[in-house]
Design a protein around this ligand. Structure first.
Ligand SMILES: Nc1ncnc2c1ncn2[C@@H]1O[C@H](COP(=O)(O)OP(=O)(O)OP(=O)(O)O)[C@@H](O)[C@H]1O
Length: 605
């Protein structure tokens, strides 16, 4: 009960913050709508009794006028309520979504975002964010309206028969008990079906996703994906069917009980009226009250079910908002405290989860300030993982990474990331304009983008994409999308894979004055000439800056100050190109292998 009240209180508070006056009007209108049927029943009784008693028109007219006014209110109520409800819902959704996504932004570690249980909670919180709080408000007020109607009807009937009034009020009890039982089952079902619903959504998205369209069509995988999507849907449907049947059973028994009670109440009233114990007005009032209570009961039970369902989702929403940031509250060290010693990985062990294999096994490496480090190794050796740990997208499972003597976990995560520029191997292609695609690299929490072309031209030139962007129909302002249409701009275009990669590089170079530049396979999609040019500019840019370059193309790392060879999560070799070539280990073997393909001189510095 406390949980229900706290949930309703939180939803009402949110609505209050959104539109206080509208909420007050909505509450008043709902309660008035709840009271109207009882008022109408009572006025009917008074009117009939006055007519039967042979009252003059002057005695009947005020009652008739009051009945007409009640009728008018009853007629105007539903459309006005619908408008107020929708308007309040929109205002609440803005606040609810703002708070939800601000909270999501506080989860800064990928290990949180990748956790399946977290994703299920997030999905339900998102569902709640899309109108959940206002559904809670609507349903709570809907239940309150039904309670007012039933209590009002019972109140109006007390004068006719206290027993009948008590009976009418008691008729709500079985419905309430049955609904509470069902709601517990519904809660368990919602949670247990969540993984299947998420998989169904995944397959559904794949069937229409543009980036998957090529493979899905070429491999003829559409039927398989549709089959899997339908299997998940069937599992979800089976769960809902079981629930619907339980609800049907309960509602049918309740409806039968309610009809029996109504029949008995009307029969008793007619017999009592025939015996002269009740007036004609009493008969009219009882018939109206019985019908009103039946309608209020069925409406109230539906609202109770909705209140419970929306409330459950709203609980996920609230618990997500109440979860503390995953990176912990770091002391505001905010920068180097022990002199500029650079970045040191100290016996770093890492795995993606307790059940996962170790990816890094005791990696220790120093990256002095201004040092250009290259990381090479076979697929799956742990290079990108290392890069992600440097950005504190994950925390080491054991060991520590220190920057100028401070453990990354003790630095405010925003401060750390402000000092880093990076191109990731799986870089993003934003369906925004070219200028926005680059400018996004230098946002740092602001809500506006500085797309001034003079700022963007330099990183774009360094990344070798400036001329391509100038040749687009809207130059830097061209929308890089064929799926979103913006009628104010020339038609959107798509870039090639390598052009997107250069744009991602320009995005990173825009924030190139940061303390650490990370380049994870920045040129894997470029043609040979472009790769050569880009690496010459990158090398000039890295000169004197702390940087980490991950690359499979060993000719691009030969001028690094330090080359780290990762193998199976351990450092297999480390040194300069010359020293590693002289050592004749894995690096030298791989380099010679690649050099033979490219006709490179392994002995060159
Ligand atoms: N998010 C993740 N969750 C679980 N395991 C992961 C995740 N990302 C990577 N791995 C695993 O970690 C291991 C190392 O991956 P990583 O991407 O660091 O390798 P890499 O050296 O960069 O490989 P490549 O040269 O192919 O890019 C792989 O075995 C991979 O399966």
């Amino acid at each position: 009960m406390t949980a229900v009240l706290s949930r309703a209180g939180a939803a009402l508070l949110l609505a209050w913050r959104a539109r206080p006056a509208l909420l007050c009007g909505y509450v008043a209108a709902r309660l008035l709508s709840g009271a109207l049927p009882a008022l109408a029943a009572w006025l009917t009784k008074v009117g009939i009794d006055r007519v039967v008693a042979g009252g003059a028109a002057a005695a009947v007219l005020p009652v008739a006028a009051a009945l007409a006014a009640a009728g008018l209110l009853a007629a105007l109520g539903p459309p006005v309520l619908r408008y107020v409800q929708a308007e309040l819902g929109r205002a609440v959704a803005v606040i609810a979504k703002d708070r939800l996504y601000a909270a999501v932004g506080r989860f800064t570690l990928l290990q949180t975002l990748e956790d399946p249980a977290f994703r299920d909670r997030l999905r339900m919180a998102e569902q709640a964010g899309n109108g959940g709080p206002s559904q809670v408000v609507d349903s709570v007020l809907g239940v309150a309206q039904a309670v007012v109607t039933i209590a009002g009807m019972a109140g109006a009937l007390v004068v006719v028969s206290p027993w009948l009034a008590a009976g009418l009020a008691a008729a709500a009890v079985p419905a309430l008990v049955a609904e509470l039982r069902l709601s517990r089952r519904r809660a368990a079902l919602t949670f247990s079906l969540s993984p299947a619903e998420r998989r169904e959504l995944f397959y559904t998205d794949l069937l229409t996703d543009l980036s998957a369209a090529k493979e899905v069509r070429l491999f003829g995988a559409g039927d398989l994906l549709r089959h899997r999507m339908l299997n998940e849907l069937r599992t979800v449907n089976a769960g809902h069917r079981r629930m619907d049947r339980a609800e049907l059973g309960s509602q049918v028994s309740l409806a039968a009980l309610s009809a029996l009670f109504a029949g008995a109440a009307v029969a008793w009233t007619l017999v009592a009226a025939a015996a002269g114990r009740l007036s004609a007005g009493d008969v009219g009032a009882v018939i109206l009250a019985v019908a009103g209570v039946q309608a209020a009961l069925s409406g109230g039970v539906q609202y109770l079910a909705l209140a419970h369902h929306a409330g459950l989702l709203f609980d996920h929403y609230r618990s997500l908002l109440a979860t503390p940031p995953d990176a912990g509250a770091a002391p505001a060290v905010g920068g180097p405290v022990a002199g500029e010693t650079g970045i040191v990985l100290d016996d770093v062990w890492f795995r993606y989860g307790d059940e996962h294999p170790w990816v890094l096994r005791g990696v220790s490496v120093a990256i002095p300030p201004g040092c250009a480090v290259a990381v090479v190794g076979e697929n799956g050796a742990g290079k990108s993982t290392l890069v992600k740990l440097l950005c504190r997208l994950y925390d080491p499972t054991r060991g520590a990474i220190r920057w100028d003597g401070v453990d990354l976990r003790d630095l405010p995560v925003e401060d750390l990331r402000r000092r880093v520029a990076a191109v990731f191997q799986d870089f993003m292609c934003y369906e925004l304009t070219a200028a926005e695609n680059i400018a996004l690299g230098d946002t740092d929490g602001r809500t506006t983008l500085d797309t001034d072309a003079s700022r963007l031209a330099e990183p774009a030139t360094r990344a070798g994409i400036h001329d391509t962007l100038l040749a687009l129909p809207g130059r830097y302002d061209t929308l890089l999308s064929r799926t979103f249409v913006d009628y104010d701009r020339p038609e959107g275009v798509l870039l090639s894979g390598g052009q997107w990669q250069r744009l991602a590089l320009a995005r990173a170079l825009l924030r190139g004055q940061r303390d650490l530049l990370i380049l994870d396979e920045p040129s894997s999609g470029l043609d040979a000439a472009a790769e050569h040019r880009v690496h010459r500019t990158i090398a000039a840019h890295r000169d004197g800056r702390t940087s980490v370059l991950v690359s499979h193309r060993l000719n691009t790392v030969r001028d690094a100050d330090r080359i780290v060879v990762l193998a199976d999560g351990r450092i297999a070799e480390t040194g300069t190109h010359a020293s590693l070539m002289a050592a004749g280990g894995t690096y030298a073997t791989l380099f010679r292998l690649q050099a033979s393909g490219y006709d490179l001189d392994p002995a060159a510095p």
